[in-house]
Design a protein around this ligand. Structure first.
Ligand code: SF4
Length: 298
């Protein structure tokens, strides 16, 4: 079958599916979806404002993997773009890493249907990873580095001023714990980051959004999800352990993950132990307070 014919069949199927869903969904479900969309939109807008993620004239490269997070990010950003008081451009980019079985028709069909500007970047990082990493060893570290390098390089090629990634609040919390447990560092993935070479500004517009909201939104929207385990490698097991731990905590103590995320925005260096961040050596009694104490006791 010609690829064009296949695309149109997929587009037609999605159109009918979305139409049937729309026609049959109950008013209560519609209201719920509306509420969810508003919440995601509000939280994304807030994160963009708090970190000055997008500015007038920006060309934002939206990295689209085909997972629930990146589809949601693209939709919410397009939604915000339509009513934003500033002008900025959105370009979706998918990196086809040449994993066996990667359904390369799905994203172009979806993006054409949505009328989104897009590029499919083809880089066979899969073969490089297979060649370099010994059998049985985890491939995710090298794979992620190669992916990052390819995307950064492409952003430069197309003149993108920002690179948007679909990480959400729960990814950020998981990374915080992973770094504490295994890296001995109190650090996570920031909502806005300057690449090491200073050339790229990476933004995470979903930084304030909860994974379960994104999951519910993606299900309601029937996005054509591409599974993330096509490479045959097991995803980072420790991340799954930390994810389970956080979910269990949140079940036992509702709201705990909200509080932990708030804590990340309220750092008190003088009450930690990093001598680079706070000058503990110079910490001395305040003369004023000492003099006052003497006056009182006289
Ligand atoms: S699971 Fe596969 S595709 Fe994903 S980062 Fe690991 S090696 Fe790469």
């Amino acid at each position: 079958m010609r690829l064009g014919g296949l695309y149109s069949k997929i587009v037609a199927f999605r159109f009918i599916h979305v139409w049937i869903m729309d026609f049959t969904s109950k008013p209560k479900e519609k209201a719920e979806l509306n509420k969810l969309q508003k919440r995601l939109r509000r939280q994304t807008g807030q994160a963009i404002a708090d970190f000055n993620m997008i500015e007038e004239g920006d060309k934002v490269m939206v990295c689209l993997s085909g997972g629930k997070d990146s589809y949601t990010m693209l939709e919410i950003l397009r939604n915000l773009q339509a009513s934003a008081p500033i002008n900025f451009e959105l370009v979706a980019v998918n990196l086809d890493q040449k994993q066996p079985g990667f359904p390369e028709h799905i994203l172009p069909a979806y993006l054409e249907e949505q009328g989104v500007d897009f590029h499919i970047l083809e880089r066979d990082t899969y073969s490089i990873v297979k060649e370099i990493v010994p059998e049985g060893k985890t491939t995710c570290g090298l794979c992620s580095r190669l992916r990052r390098g390819s995307l950064y390089g492409f952003a430069e090629e197309i003149g993108a001023t920002k690179i948007a990634l679909g990480h959400h609040r729960d990814d950020i919390l998981e990374t915080l714990f992973l770094n504490m447990f295994f890296g001995g560092k109190l650090k996570s993935m920031p909502p806005k980051l300057l690449s090491d070479d200073g050339k790229h500004v990476v933004i995470r517009p979903l930084a304030y959004c909860k994974e379960k909201d994104i999951e519910a939104f993606a299900t309601a929207k029937s996005y054509p999800i591409i599974p993330c385990n096509l490479c045959g490698s097991q995803q980072n097991l420790q991340r799954q352990v930390v994810k389970d731990m956080l979910q269990q905590w949140d079940k036992e103590y509702p709201g705990r993950t909200d509080i932990m995320f708030t804590a990340m925005q309220n750092v008190v260096p003088s009450h930690l132990a990093d001598t680079e961040l706070f000058d503990f050596k110079e910490l001395k009694q305040s003369e004023d307070a000492f003099n006052k104490l003497n006056i009182i006791s006289i």
